[in-house]
Structure formats: C-alpha cells, structure tokens
Design a protein around this ligand. Structure first.
Ligand SMILES: Cc1ncc(COP(=O)(O)O)c(C=O)c1O
Length: 480
C-alpha cells in the first residue's frame, strides 16, 4: 500500500496515474458533443449503489473505466458552448495546471509552517485584487471557499464593528434580488428573521436608492442599527449592478458598513471595456469576489477583501498548537488569523498561474467577450416576438420567457416554459436555468463561455420554442 503514497520513491507511479487520468479527461472533452447526456437520477443511482467500496479494484485503469461509467460519461460539461445555465464557468488551462500542482504538494494555507511561499502568493493576489478594486493602502483579505463564505465573513465583520450587543436591533439592507447567502449569513450570525430588509429594485433590477434611503431613515427613527448594506455587483439572476456610488453615499450618511457582493461582477476588475460599470466599488468596506465565476477558475476560488485590515481581527483566535499569539510579534504570517477556515486549500495558486501565463488582460478580454455576447443575445430576444426578455444585460445573463401567440393564460405559459427547460435538460442538447420574475416562470442563460456564439443562442431558442410548442400541443390534445 505504501506504493500509493506520493513521495520520492513513487514519482513514476504518480506520473503514470495522473497522466492516465489527464488522458481520459482530454479524450472525454474532445469527444463530448453535448453538455449533458440527459441521464436521470434513476438511471445513475443504481450504478453507483452497486459499487462496493470495501472491494477495491486496485488497478487505476479499471478504476478509471468505472469512473467513466459512474461520472465522466454523464457529467455536466461546462466547457460546452451550449451549457448556458448556472454561474459556473469553463476553466482556463493554467488554472487547471495550478490545481494539479496544489493538490500534489498539498500545502494548507492556515499557517506559514504549512505553506511558506503559498502564504505570500495568496497575500500578493489579495493585494493585487484590492488594488484593482481601489480599496486603499490598509486593505487586506483572504481566500475563501466561495461567495457564500465571503459574504458570511464580511457580515460577521460588519456585525462586530457595530459593537451592538442587542442583535435584535441589527438590520441588513440588500436588494430583493440579492443572493440568498445574505439571509443565510444573517441567520448564522444570530440575527432575527426580520433582520434582512429587502429593498425593492427598479426596472433594471438595480436597488432603488430612494427606497434604501427611506428604509435607512426608518431604521434610525425607531432606534434600530443599520449594520450593513449589501450592494450586489452582478445579481445572480440578472447580472444587474446596484448603483454603487449612491449606496456608498448613503452608507456614509447612516454609518452602515458597505459590503459589495461582486461574486459575479468581479470579472469587470480585469475588463478592458466595462470596468466603469462597477465604479464606486472602491468605496466599499468589504467586497466578495468569486474568481470561480468570472475569472474562468475551477471551483473553488474566491476571496473576501476589506478596506481596513484591522477589521479581520474579528475572525482571529489563537491556539498554542497552531498560531500562538507570540507569532504576531514575531511577524510570522499565519493566514488562519484572517480566515473562518483552518485547514485551507491553496486555491490562490490557480489564479496565480492564470495571471502569470495569460495576464489579467487575457482574462478580462474573455469576460468582455461574454458580456458582448449577452448584448447580442438581448438584441435577438428583444426582436423575437416569441419571447419576452426582462432586462438588458450589464454582465452576461439573459432572463426571458417563451410567450406563445395563441395562449394568454399565464399559468399555462409558465407550464410551457417549465416543460421546455426540463425537456431540454433531458435531451442534453443544451442546459439552461430558470427563475421567477414577478411570480412567473422564466428561463435564464448565464453566458460565461466565450466559445458560445449567437448561432448557439439562436439554436437553443429554437429548441426551447419547439419544446414549449410540443407541450402546448399535447396540452390541447389532453383538453379535447
Ligand atoms: C451574487 C452572488 N453572491 C454570492 C454567491 C454565492 O457564491 P458561491 O456559490 O461561490 O458560494 C452567488 C452564487 O451564485 C452569487 O451569484
């Protein structure tokens, strides 16, 4: 069994094993002509159930054959141009190389004595990101597992900075289309169910600052504490960007912590054309960035940044066995002092490899391409009488709904759209997402693949229309 331990004596085994795995994936990617096979849970579950984990196959080739059957064949492939659903991007090769290196070396970024150079690489990337945001000389931050954790940590710092003991008095303001991790965080932080105030959005799905001002004023009048305003720079559904400068002004006026959830919109930090769309982000107290959404990084790769490094102390605990207090005076950089996690992946390496190989402009150009594609897609949808499209994209998302000429019942239109999404998924021809707008079912394209073309968009719209029509035809037959 020792032959499986990766060390100085097993490098040949390591090379062979990993190469064999890479060959399989490469062959799979080359041969995949659809984003999904349409496999169902009922098809797949028995195959996985049948595997006895106490009966190892021993042989790597046999295990990869088995993996083909239980995973690779039916996986959802985000690199495919017709994967148009969730905020999960195709990945760039330098980052995948970084992933291979980081798991083999297996640094843990909690303490310097487990990561050495890794700690400094992560810190440099944090400084780089903070500088791109414009957070100023006292900024700092840390890599996290994702936007959910980044939002949680930001709101933890905001809560602690209020110095309010009575948690029932704290209020967090976020737009009605902000990410649900704001509510989850509030719950985890011990705030009450009414703590998160949903601020209405305008026609473009951006937070209405007049309504925010009104809510903040009301909060002050009744003696509640405005703990934080969460501005979203790239909402999950619409990619809409809240008016950051106005929100910053209101946060200053009412003494609220300004958190910008740029999990999605952070791609604009590297953009060559659209960086101005997130102007005002530099006034934030904290920012969430998900490199695994718009920097073409593999999951996970995310960070939380803060304007004032000192605020990260709210996540600091010392333990003799790990990061004794004396290490601070010895100037030993232990990233665990800033993180909610202890053992932590060296995810930063993926971004490092990406920037060193492609440069930030390379990433920004790819993100610009998907924003441009979304603008083209919007024109197609707006000109197509078969569809109702919700907002002109600020990033790369399109929310729309099939509206058959002959049907007026909105519930029947809902069912046709739901059916179309399901049928498309089952066919594997394309994968699209869904959401609700004003109580009605809509479909969603999240365009994160520069390889997707307007021809793909047109083809998928035709497929959707075809499935919806089929549903409506059958529904008419059923009624007769
Ligand atoms: C705006 C926004 N914030 C936060 C998140 C959560 O990020 P993660 O899935 O990386 O935890 C998402 C995820 O889609 C998001 O869209």
């Amino acid at each position: 069994m020792r032959s499986h331990l990766l060390n100085d004596t097993t490098t040949e085994h390591y090379r062979r094993s990993v190469t064999e795995g890479v060959e399989r994936v490469a062959a799979k990617l080359a041969a995949t002509d659809r984003p999904f096979t349409g496999v169902t849970v009922d098809d797949l579950a028995p195959r996985i159930d049948a595997i006895d984990l106490d009966q190892p196959l021993r042989d790597t080739t046999a295990v990869l054959d088995e993996l083909e059957d239980v995973y690779l064949r039916d996986a959802v492939y985000f690199h495919h141009p017709r994967y148009l659903a969730h905020l999960n991007c195709p990945v760039v090769i330098p980052a995948v190389l970084g992933e291979a290196v980081l798991s083999a070396v297996n640094s843990s970024l909690d303490t310097w004595d487990q990561s050495a150079g890794g700690t400094l690489i992560e810190r440099k990337l944090i400084d780089w990101t903070a500088a791109r945001i414009g957070l100023g000389p006292a900024a700092d931050g840390v890599f996290t597992s994702g936007g959910t954790q980044s939002n949680l940590q930001a709101l933890l710092l905001a809560r602690e900075e209020t110095k309010t003991q009575d948690l029932a008095k704290l209020r967090v303001f976020a737009s009605e289309v902000s990410h649900f991790s704001v509510q989850k965080s509030a719950k985890l932080l011990g705030l009450g169910p009414e703590a998160v105030v949903a601020v209405p959005v305008d026609h473009d799905k951006r937070m209405q600052t007049v309504a925010l001002a009104h809510e903040l004023e009301r909060c002050a009048e009744v003696g509640l504490v405005p703990m934080a305003v969460v501005a979203t720079a790239g909402t999950t559904d619409f990619g809409s960007i809240d008016p950051l400068p106005e929100i910053a002004g209101l946060c200053e006026q009412y003494g609220a912590w300004m958190h910008v959830d740029a999990a999605y919109g952070c791609g604009l930090l590297a953009s060559l054309k659209y960086r101005h769309r997130i102007d005002g982000i530099e006034r934030a107290d904290s920012v969430t960035v998900d490199y695994h959404k718009s920097f073409f990084q593999p999951v996970s790769s995310s960070a939380v940044l803060v304007r004032d490094a000192a605020t990260l102390r709210h996540a600091t605990y010392h333990a003799e066995y790990l990061n004794p207090r004396r290490m601070v005076t010895e100037r030993i950089p232990n990233q665990v002092d800033k993180s909610l996690q202890t053992t932590r992946r060296f995810d930063a390496l993926k971004l490092w490899m990406t920037l060193r190989v492609m440069g930030a402009d390379g990433i920004g150009a790819l993100f610009d391409e998907v924003c441009d594609l979304a603008a083209e897609g919007w024109k197609l949808l707006a000109a197509d009488p078969r569809f109702d499209v919700v907002v002109e994209p600020s990033l790369s998302t399109l929310v729309f709904r099939y509206i058959p000429a002959a049907v007026t019942d909105p519930a029947e239109i809902d069912r046709a759209n739901l059916y179309a999404r399901k049928a498309l998924f089952a066919s594997g021809d394309a994968v699209v997402a869904g959401t609700k707008v004003a109580g009605r079912h809509y479909l969603k394209f999240t365009l994160l693949n520069p390889e997707t073309t307007t021809a793909d968009i047109t083809a998928v719209l035709d497929l959707i229309a075809g499935h919806a029509e089929q549903y409506l035809g059958e529904s008419l037959d059923r009624a007769c």
